[in-house]
Ligand binder design. Structure first.
Ligand SMILES: Cc1ncc(COP(=O)(O)O)c(C=O)c1O
Length: 399
């Protein structure tokens, strides 16, 4: 194995899944509140669109930058929903999901020895692609303030290095649930400008925002911000299309053309018929998206309600996304130990916050992407398990 490959890590979900499969093979019943996998099917009008695209014969190689109809639909969507103007001919690239968009962007932007600033905790599948291209992830510690994870300007200044080239942002922010405010974005983009950093902005959860909030893309903060930002997004979460593998990037033409050069070395893009159906999803009524967001807000509230009132445990209210971060610092137990206890003793699967970086220590990530019986049963088990952990900890403390 090369040194570069040796620095790659499987995702937290894949690591925990290996443990889960082993226990299931031993006959254990487990309920998973782990994945960011919407449990609703892709809306029927999108399924019909892919069948139509197949019948119409959209089965040849796609345009490697993305089918023109989809690039056009993405440009319309960015204008309609985000107030951002991009030229579909030069400033938009279609990718195999946001995962591929992020990796391609990093390939185009960094060279060996470059540093990439990442909030900590953060979605754990960013650091390895940085390393794959020879870069170094540099973590910016976030703090819990008033029940909300924030990344302060001072923390950015403190970790900044002269080798830093890129700042990666994710709003709504996985795993923390924070939706960055205009003020936070303005300050962060000011920092990026002062340090001449390019910003990669992963906005995959943009439609899952709660309590009447609005998602604000970092590129929308100012004309200057738009020039130093790449928007990365996909249809995975918005339309329950995680298995379709279709996403897009929008940014300055020069970067998009460099990304196309990188992308074509390993992909021809998502299947042509998938791209045609994706264009239909973006262009037709967005009512299904609003319905889904309302459903998730209900599930979020259920999680918060079921996990309230346990000594030493505070569920943080997510402003967006599919996860509740549960603050377990009051238990005095490392998050991975708590996760293993819940898995083995309570039969419920969650992810330890430390899997998302040292800044996630003292928390557990609970997904509400699955609803219905899974969520009900999972929350019963989780509450019971957390209550046992709380009892153990007060016994140890001699309370
Ligand atoms: C923050 C974030 N970005 C990207 C992805 C992956 O997106 P895609 O399915 O479009 O590759 C995920 C999946 O959970 C995610 O949480």
């Amino acid at each position: 194995m090369t040194e570069r490959v040796a620095s790659l890590r499987p995702t937290a979900v894949n690591c925990v899944l290996a443990e889960v499969r082993q226990l299931q093979a031993e006959g254990r019943s487990l309920v998973s509140l782990m994945r960011g996998q919407p449990d609703t099917p892709t809306p029927p009008h999108i399924v019909e669109a892919v069948q139509r695209a197949l019948r119409e014969g959209h089965t040849g190689y796609p345009d490697n930058q993305g089918e023109p109809i989809l690039r056009q639909a993405v440009a319309e969507k960015l204008q309609r929903d985000n107030g951002l103007t991009y030229d579909p001919a030069r400033e938009i690239l279609i990718t195999n999901g946001a995962t591929c968009g992020l990796c391609t962007a990093l390939g185009a932007l960094i060279q060996p020895g470059d540093d990439v600033l990442l909030p900590d905790p953060i979605y754990d599948a960013y650091a390895s692609p940085v390393a794959l291209w020879g870069g170094r992830p540099v973590f910016v510690p976030a703090m819990i303030r008033d029940g909300r994870f924030v990344m302060e300007r001072a923390a950015l200044e403190a970790v900044h290095t002269t080798n830093a080239r890129v700042l990666l942002l994710n709003t709504p922010w996985n795993p923390t649930g924070t939706v960055l405010t205009v003020a936070e974005l303005a300050s962060t983009m000011e920092f990026a400008a002062a340090r001449n950093l390019f910003v990669i902005s992963d906005e995959i959860y943009e439609n899952l925002v709660y309590d009447g909030r609005r998602h604000i893309p970092p590129a929308a903060v100012s004309d200057q911000a738009r020039l130093r930002t790449l928007v990365v997004n996909s249809l995975s979460k918005t339309y329950a299309m995680t298995g379709w593998r279709v996403g897009y990037c929008a940014g300055p033409a020069e970067l998009i053309q460099t990304m196309l050069l990188v992308l074509q070395q390993f992909s021809r893009g998502p299947a042509t018929f998938v791209q045609h159906a994706a264009a239909h999803a973006l262009r037709s009524s967005q009512e299904c998206v609003q319905r889904m967001a309302a459903e998730y807000q209900g599930r979020r509230d259920l999680v918060l309600q079921r996990l309230s009132g346990i000594p030493g445990i505070v569920p943080l209210v997510p402003e967006g996304g599919l996860f509740v971060m549960v603050d377990i610092r009051g238990l005095g137990v490392p998050s991975d130990e708590a996760r293993r206890f819940l898995l083995r003793e309570a039969g419920v699967v969650v992810i330890h916050g430390a899997a998302y970086g040292p800044g996630g220590e003292g928390t557990l990530r609970v997904s509400f992407a699955a609803g219905g019986n899974v969520l009900e049963q999972g929350l019963d088990r989780l509450r019971h398990g957390l209550e046992r952990l709380a009892e153990n900890s007060s016994r140890k403390a001699g309370v």
